[in-house]
Design a protein around this ligand. Structure first.
Ligand code: RIB
Length: 316
């Protein structure tokens, strides 16, 4: 795959995930025994890139790693997963990003990220990748790197007519100007609450809060609602996509599986509402497997996903 063929560029984070499985989460000060441990590749940026590439999209990553074993293994992983890493660089004197993760018996998790080299990807570092960012169909960012870098990436992309996609995770207030440069924003309920200051406990509340993001400058919003599916909101519509019902054993990276699948489908020319159904299926498959990137499906495996529990519904 040559750089000229790249359709999706992810400017974002790479972590090594250190996942401990337990029956339940410990209380403060308590020691409990875990049931399993897995080390794997993660980071919201890398996950979204790999999720899209596993489904056949032509993807490049722009990121920073430490000059350490985790960094070298991450580069190897991009090669294995067919993600172009021409603009992924290892830096001296800083560790690669890591993420200790705890998953309980119901598949819920909590995650601590230690940014390391991810925080060293600066706005000016995008200069050599300007042509790549300007030629792509989609540029995707999350908030595990500096927002100034996201702003620069979206500025370059928007200037070239490339669609910009923001996953505002982990939740944080956005720099002025960022929403106006965002074509599609995909928050979960918690992130949407933080961004709008509104409660998001129902689909109707999600719709109302999402409309605020559109008024503030984003063109389209998809709220990922976990077990309740996803809600797509534009300035004139709100469509609730029903979930696929599965038994979740590990939800780590499910949001990333959704976004990678969504953008891979959009890059193949699928209409948004079909791309959301495809992404829901990919997220459903990912929660039935352990690990982060190891849980992401290839195209064939998406047939394993149960059908949606209903047709998409217009939310009046
Ligand atoms: O979204 C899941 C990801 O969040 C994990 O892979 C972890 O590395 C953190 O970035």
């Amino acid at each position: 795959m040559s750089l000229e063929q790249i359709e999706i560029v992810v400017v974002g984070s790479c972590n090594v995930d250190l996942i401990t499985y337990t029956n339940r989460f410990p209380k403060v000060g308590e020691t409990i025994e875990g049931t399993d441990f897995k080390q794997g590749f993660g980071g919201k940026g890398a996950n979204q890139a790999v999720a899209a590439a596993k489904l056949g999209a032509k993807v490049a990553m722009i990121a920073r790693l430490g000059m350490d074993g985790f960094g070298t293994q991450t580069l190897e992983n991009f090669k294995t997963q067919n993600v172009d890493a021409s603009f992924v660089t290892q830096l001296e004197g800083v560790p690669s990003g890591v993420a200790p993760i705890f998953v309980d018996a119901s598949g819920q998790n909590f995650i601590v990220i230690v940014s390391g080299a991810n925080a060293k990807l600066l706005a000016q570092d995008l200069e050599p990748a300007k042509a790549l960012l300007s030629r792509a169909k989609f540029v995707i960012c999350q908030l595990e790197i500096r927002q100034e870098t996201v702003l620069e990436a979206f500025g370059i992309a928007r200037g070239a007519g490339v669609k910009t996609i923001l996953n505002p995770a982990p939740a944080a207030a956005l720099l002025p100007g960022l929403l106006e440069l965002t074509d599609l924003i995909l928050p979960n309920e918690t992130e949407l609450e933080l961004l709008t200051g509104k409660p998001v406990t129902s689909v109707l509340e999600a719709r109302d809060a999402a409309k605020d993001l559109i008024v503030a400058g984003a063109k389209e919003v998809i709220v990922t609602l976990g077990e309740r599916g996803a809600l797509h909101v534009t300035d004139h519509s709100a469509v609730h996509h029903q979930p696929r019902v599965v038994k979740a054993i590990d939800s780590t990276g499910a949001g990333d599986a959704f976004i990678g699948a969504l953008v891979s489908a959009l890059s193949r020319g699928l209409a948004m509402e079909h791309a959301i159904e495809f992404a829901n299926a990919a997220a459903a498959v990912s929660v039935t497997r352990t690990g982060t990137q190891t849980s992401f499906a290839i195209l064939e495996e998406l047939k394993l996903a149960p059908p949606a529990s209903g047709m998409p519904v217009e939310v009046a």
